[in-house]
Design a protein around this ligand. Structure first.
Ligand code: IMP
Ligand code: MG
Length: 175
C-alpha cells in the first residue's frame, strides 16, 4: 500500500490489536477497581485506541482530552500552554494518559511532569505501542500493548502526514 512517497506493509492485524486492547482493558479495570480514574487520551493519534479501550473498561471513570503542541518535547514552555482543552481539574485525580505510540518519549515525559505539577494523585500511562528509543530513554509506561523496533507505523489512529488514521490494521513503512 502506497501513501504519498512511502510503501507500507501489514504489520499488526485487526484481531491481534483487538485481543491486546481487551487485555489492557482487563488489567486496568483490575488495578483501578476501587478508584475512579480520569482517562486522558492524547489527540490526535490516540482517538481510536482510546475509544476502543475505554468502552471495555467497566469501572466508573471520566474522560478528558489533551492536545499537545508539537514543539513541547524540546521546549520547556509554560505548563498550561501545553494542555489544550482540559475541562476539569485534575487535582487529586488518578490520571491515566492514553497514548497511541511512544517514540522518544519526550512528549510524554513533559506531559507527566505537567500533570504532577497540577496536583494529580497518580499518573500512569497506557500506550498501544512503544518504540525502541523509549525503552532506551527509560520512559516509564505501566501498560504497553506492543513493543516494536524503530519502524514507522500507521493506521488505527496513527498517521503519516495526516493520512491513514482510518485504517483498521497497523502497517509499517518499508525500510
Ligand atoms: P515522542 O515524543 O518522540 O515520543 O513522539 C510521540 C508522538 O509522535 C506520538 O504520540 C505520535 O503522535 C508521533 N509518532 C511517533 N512515532 C510514530 C509513528 O511511527 N507513526 C505515526 N506517528 C508517530
Ligand atoms: Mg500522539
Amino acid at each position: 500500500m502506497k501513501i504519498k512517497d512511502l510503501e507500507f506493509q501489514p504489520f499488526i492485524s485487526k484481531s491481534k490489536i483487538q485481543h491486546k486492547v481487551r487485555e489492557l482493558a482487563e488489567q486496568i479495570a483490575e488495578d483501578y477497581s476501587d478508584k475512579t480514574p480520569v482517562f486522558l487520551p492524547v489527540l490526535n493519534g490516540a482517538f481510536i485506541f482510546a475509544a476502543e479501550l475505554i468502552k471495555q473498561i467497566e469501572v466508573p471513570c471520566k474522560v478528558s482530552f489533551v492536545k499537545v503542541s508539537s514543539y513541547m518535547g524540546t521546549h520547556s514552555s509554560g505548563q498550561l500552554k501545553t494542555l489544550i482543552g482540559l475541562e476539569e481539574s485534575l487535582f487529586n485525580q488518578h490520571i491515566i494518559i492514553v497514548e497511541d505510540i511512544i517514540d522518544t518519549g519526550l512528549t510524554l515525559k513533559k506531559l507527566v511532569d505537567d500533570l504532577n505539577g497540577l496536583g494529580a494523585k497518580s499518573v500512569e500511562v497506557v500506550a498501544l505501542l512503544r518504540k525502541l528509543p523509549a525503552r532506551e530513554n527509560n520512559i516509564p509506561a505501566k501498560y504497553v500493548g506492543f513493543e516494536i523496533e524503530k519502524e514507522f507505523v500507521l493506521g488505527y489512529g496513527l498517521d503519516y502526514d495526516g493520512l491513514g488514521r482510518n485504517l483498521k490494521e497497523i502497517y509499517k513503512a518499508d525500510a
